[in-house]
Design a protein around this ligand. Sequence first.
Ligand SMILES: Nc1nc2c(ncn2[C@@H]2O[C@H](COP(=O)(O)OP(=O)(O)OP(=O)(O)O)[C@@H](O)[C@H]2O)c(=O)[nH]1
Ligand SMILES: [Mg+2]
Length: 262
Amino acid sequence: MYFIVLVGPAGSGKTTLAGELASHIESYGPVVAKVNFDPAAESLSYDVDVDVRSYVTAQEFMARGLGPNGALIAAVDSLINHVFDIRRVLEEIKPDYVIVDTPGQMELFAYRHGGPIVLNALTHGYPSLTVFLMDAIFFENPASIVSILTLASSVAVRLQRPQINVVSKADLLMQEVLDNVVARLGEEGFLESLVASGEADIYTKALMMSLVSALGSAGFVGEIIPVSVNSRESLDALYAKIQQILKGGEEEKYYDLRYEKD
Ligand SMILES: Nc1nc2c(ncn2[C@@H]2O[C@H](COP(=O)(O)OP(=O)(O)OP(=O)(O)O)[C@@H](O)[C@H]2O)c(=O)[nH]1
Ligand SMILES: [Mg+2]
């Protein structure tokens, strides 16, 4: 059982990708289970195999007087009481892959204490990775690119597992941007040159340069995969990268490195 955890800002396309990536992988034979890990989800566009809302909902905390954010935080925290039941259900299904669709309010999931704890409890003992979705809209100017990559890096710090960064809804980008910007982001010095040529005040530019330099020296801005749920080729590229990390042992290498440093 391999876990693929989809994380991204509100509306970045997690739920849509969960369904489409599952069908795509299943078209090659493997069994894929879809987990809705969002206790505040209103509707899902896929047939869910395990739904945390059967165990706990944000609505029940709102009925007890909490606001929508407090209710989501409380609901995610209380998932810890159910995560072993969820694992048992998954272990009965015996899927090859488990795709986990996480809450839309990413900041309440990834940046509070409870989210990473319940996620670790869910995936414990199984190889797992994060797919971080960066909405295509962010790739239109250098400041947005720097800000979304910085967010991606902070999610990697929070969730501490191998992470694939994708441009979601890539069909909304012009081919020129895909070829001349997205495909080149991993090249040394490319993002710096983009920031240098962009418009920003001197302080913001210096801050962006420092962030880009830090991300570059940490090797964070590697391959960024453009993904559109309308393109089989892009789903193939994502699936290939997932297999490379989970089955090619890169996930193990990641943890070896972590323990070496500790
Ligand atoms: N053009 C295009 N639109 C997409 C794609 N993927 C998702 N969308 C649209 O983006 C919108 C948001 O998609 P969702 O899958 O609900 O996003 P989400 O991240 O699950 O949203 P929350 O759970 O509310 O944070 C919907 O209108 C989708 O149809 C894509 O590959 N291309
Ligand atoms: Mg969603």
